[in-house]
Design a protein around this ligand. Structure first.
Ligand SMILES: Cc1cc2nc3c(=O)[nH]c(=O)nc-3n(C[C@H](O)[C@H](O)[C@H](O)COP(=O)(O)OP(=O)(O)OC[C@H]3O[C@@H](n4cnc5c(N)ncnc54)[C@H](O)[C@@H]3O)c2cc1C
Length: 401
């Protein structure tokens, strides 16, 4: 095997020889791949170690929404959470246009817009809040001719708002992020015993190579908790917030990307709907309140509940023959008081280790800023080539065998 021009042969042939990198990134979800792109573009010698398929547990299970946080403002007030994230859709759009932090030129969103709807026009104080000057440019009430296809039914007499948010196909996103760095993303589950402190950095004893990393960047999602324990890092700690998502297979021909606000009693969408390619049709993926409430339900209870909720939120569509299944998945985040939702991306340095959780797909540009601020300038030199298999893309949870 010949090394690529900007790659040096690793200690693969001589396991006693150490190779140097600026950063070893552990975990190839959105966080790890985004950081690998940022660092590679700035001349950092970087490798990524991914235990399974790229995209891991959360990223490929996510709904792919790049949002500006308005769903956190359904109390009728802008909150810390809604404002920290407000600028993210524009940052992502610059990336999709080929500028921005990471070049995602050519990546087509699944949907260029996201909607909010209710089957009644009576939204209480939210009606004036959505029309207020503070939200100008972030939300717009649509006229019926502008409605997406799913609301074109004459039986729908509610209200539809368009948000600045959009939805990405996460496998397409990960493939675009993998392309520029594929030669440095390896399949390997980092075991805590493989890491030791060395020369102000870390040494990773990998199969066939000793890697000396100035920084060990943990972007292992839910896997970061165990790595922190074994590295003896007491703070930050990780919290897991569970979700029980709903997958709906049906023969309704249109996709839908919308929050349902019909009859909400809490400041949270009753359901958050995204649609994903599934054979010749669309699979609808439901999150939001239904996925939080569903945590306490069995799979069968949640499937029944989801069928009733779909009938209440979208009564002009027949749900009797829909195939409904469910998916349990945890969000991995920095620990917060009372287990609440973090408002921002998180990155902290503990010695040579950087602990990073984006907390949301949308907030990955924020994570990039925070991690870059923690790093010293790169040292010139080729990136190593390790004698490990390359990592491949993982699969979305609804993919058919
Ligand atoms: C159901 C659901 C829906 C969501 N929807 C949205 C949304 O629409 N919009 C939004 O902004 N956010 C959303 N989020 C949040 C968002 O998906 C996550 O914040 C984000 O994907 C986390 O990415 P990550 O790279 O940190 O983690 P992950 O995607 O979980 O990746 C971590 C990777 O690390 C690997 N790993 C673990 N341990 C090791 C180890 N020891 N060695 C090597 N590799 C290891 C894993 O295999 C995995 O690939 C959603 C989350 C969930 C759960």
């Amino acid at each position: 095997m010949t090394a690529a021009p900007d790659q040096a042969p690793a200690g693969g042939r001589d396991p006693t020889a150490a190779v140097d990198v600026d950063a070893a990134i552990v975990g190839g979800g959105i966080a790890g791949l985004w950081l690998a792109n940022l660092l590679h573009a700035r001349g950092y010698r970087t490798v990524v170690l991914e235990a399974d398929g790229i995209g891991g547990s959360q990223t490929l299970a996510s709904q792919g929404m790049i949002h500006g946080g308005l769903k956190y403002a359904l109390s009728g007030n802008l909150t810390g959470a809604s404002e920290a994230i407000a600028g993210m859709p524009e940052r992502w759009r610059r990336c999709l246009a080929g500028g921005g932090d990471v070049d995602l030129g050519g990546l087509e969103p699944l949907s260029d817009r996201y909607y909010m709807f209710a089957t009644s026009t009576a939204l209480g104080r939210l009606t004036s809040f959505f029309a207020s000057r503070t939200l100008r440019g972030r939300i717009r009430r649509l006229e019926p001719p502008e409605y997406p296809a799913a609301f074109a039914d004459p039986a729908f007499r509610g209200v539809v708002y368009e948000l600045n948010d959009f939805v990405l196909d996460t496998p397409d996103l990960l493939a675009a992020l993998l392309r520029p760095v594929a030669d440095r993303v390896y399949r390997h589950r980092l075991l805590p015993g493989e890491v030791t402190p060395a020369d102000g950095g870390c040494e990773l004893r990998l199969p066939g190579a000793r890697l000396r990393a100035r920084r060990l960047i943990l972007t292992a999602g839910a896997g970061t908790g165990a790595l922190l324990d074994h590295l003896g890092i007491a703070s930050p700690r990780m919290q897991l917030r569970p979700l029980h998502q709903v997958l709906v297979r049906h023969d309704y021909p249109h996709p839908l990307y919308a929050h349902c606000l019909t009859g909400i009693r809490r400041p949270e969408p009753r359901m958050t709907i995204t649609s994903h390619r599934d054979g010749d049709g669309w699979l609808w993926y439901l999150g939001g309140q239904i996925a939080g409430d569903g945590v306490a339900m069995s799979d069968a209870e949640l499937a029944d509940h989801a069928r009733r909720e779909l009938a209440a939120c979208l009564p002009w569509i027949s749900w009797e023959r829909a195939g409904i299944s469910t998916l349990r998945v945890d969000r991995a985040e920095p620990e917060q008081t009372g287990g609440r939702r973090p408002d921002e991306a998180f990155a902290a340095a503990v010695g040579p280790t950087v602990v990073a959780w984006p907390t949301k797909l949308s907030l990955v540009p924020d994570l990039g800023d925070k991690v870059l601020a923690l790093l010293d300038p790169p040292r010139p030199g080729p990136a190593p080539r390790l004698e490990l298999p390359r990592a491949g893309l993982g699969r979305v949870p609804w993919s058919r065998p």
